[in-house]
Design a binder for this molecule. Sequence first.
Ligand SMILES: [Zn+2]
Ligand SMILES: [Zn+2]
Length: 625
Amino acid sequence: MEAIRKHQQFKISREYDTQLKRLYPVPGLQTPFGSAYATVDAGTRSQPHQHHEHETFVILQGQGLFVQDGHKERVASGDVLYIKPFSEHYLEADAACDIQFMSIWWEPQNLAEQPSSTHHLIFTPPPTPNGDLHLGHICGPYIAADVIRRQLQRKGKNAHLVVGTDKSQSYVDLKARQRAQPTQGLFEHYSQSIMQTFRHAGMAFDSVYDCDAKGHAPFVHDFIHRLQERGVLHHQTHDYAWCEHCNLEVFDAFARGECPSCAQPSNGCVCEDCGSPNNSYDLDRLHCMLCGNTPQLKSQTKAVLNLHACREHFAQAGLQIDAPPRLATYLRHQELQPQRDYVVSFTGEWGIPAQAPALAGQTYLAWIEMAAGYLAALYRGVFDQEPDSTEQAIDRLNQADVEVIHLMGFDNSFYYAYLYPRLFAALGLKQLKITFVVNEFLLLEQSKFSTSRNHAIWAKDVFTDPVDTDWYRFYLSLKRPEAQRENYRHEEFEQFRQDLGERLQALASTHRQRLASFAADLDLQQGGAWKRLHQEYGRSFEQLRQQLDNALSAPCGYSVKQFTTTLLQLVDSLVRFQHLTQEHYTAQAAVEQRHTSLYLESAAMLGLRQHLACLMPTATAQLLG
Ligand SMILES: [Zn+2]
Ligand SMILES: [Zn+2]
């Protein structure tokens, strides 16, 4: 690499609508940054673009406009501009002069250290209280949500986890009728049982979505009223299905037939298979879930959502939705579908009764009630108080820096990922960042968990002791069906527990012995002499530390499976390092080498302990001391 490269040696290229002279890196010299000298011709602008690197521009000559993510500012020679990763940016030169500037860009060192939101609200879908939770449920959103919360808090971030149960679902009423039990009693029984399971699963939640709280029903009514004011909900004569035999409206859980979109067997309101919404009477071969009879088609005044208007509002708002690929495809598909009116009030007593006289005897679809509850929970999570009204909640949330991390099964996509952001946009929400963390099904011994066939492992039966529970937390996180279905085998779990338990205890016990024998004479805040082995493992531990820090962050999609897999790699790496450095702990070994070995081992053990505690809040201390 020559010390001086003369200007004539450079090739000036036309890139990003500028004249670009690339400076670094060059063949023969790899630099940790890239650099170029660029000119934007007078009266033109550089091509708007974005990239993952950080970048700075130093304006050397000229003046004009700098635009980053739509924010415009005048700039002139001498100004230094910082461009954050993934922001869209360009320079526009005044008509009178070129802008000449130096650009320097560099790789983000650590994704997790990128500027992140002030508030992280972690949402889990409130389970329907018509049964207990099995390992398939708990392996979906729940343990993962708790692990993410613990990791964010460990990193000093403000993280708030919301749980609850979804009282008003028609599935609760259906189960009660099938069992000839009072609905309220059934709800209370399973609601308490589910909340107890959350506690026994080691979930450290910050607030509970409570449909019986004093402010809940008034807020739901205000929310619905506001939807009417915004022109997305109206009252209209509409068809509905009625079972003469059972004397009830056949909708949602009470409706069974074939999905008009995909022809698969489906309940009313939304298809579990393809995720398309339906008005229950639209199902092919519609029958009543209770008695099996074909219902009659009638009509009455209904509350109806204008999904088309919701979509228009959403297109105007600036909500940032971050969805994994399958969900992103689903959302694009839904967006392109013709948006039909969606009925959201039904004759019945379970749920929140509509106030409008035209809707007498009807209650709102539980998912609409929950949309209001969701907004209120979001507000409480950020401001630590109850919202006065929907309007006030939206206004203040528009000023706040919030990221919602929403965990859910793919089958919940329509309501949480499609409808809610569009309802909130219709209500005036202009900015919110939502990262969806989606799971597929967990299989039990190769077939679907099934309550009716009792093919299930019930969480309340196995989460009986905090240490046992922690082993389930670890194993289920490893088996988390993030991208595809995974299979749970109990034998494999027992084997995993035994093997890893033995390895961790051996690791900790050797480490304790080494500390007891040699730590007194060594300053373990730093190393001594570094050999090739130390450099290799020092680098490896550092990479794993960064991967563990990054796995549970937005750029990595809050991947608990990745986090858990990396933690196992750290254990492997530590076991190998301990083994390879055995010689450094003999009487003849050089103190300086032992110093570095014990320094690296201690730092990696500390990292392991901190990260493991997110998965195993109780057992970590017992395993690693
Ligand atoms: Zn379908
Ligand atoms: Zn019936």
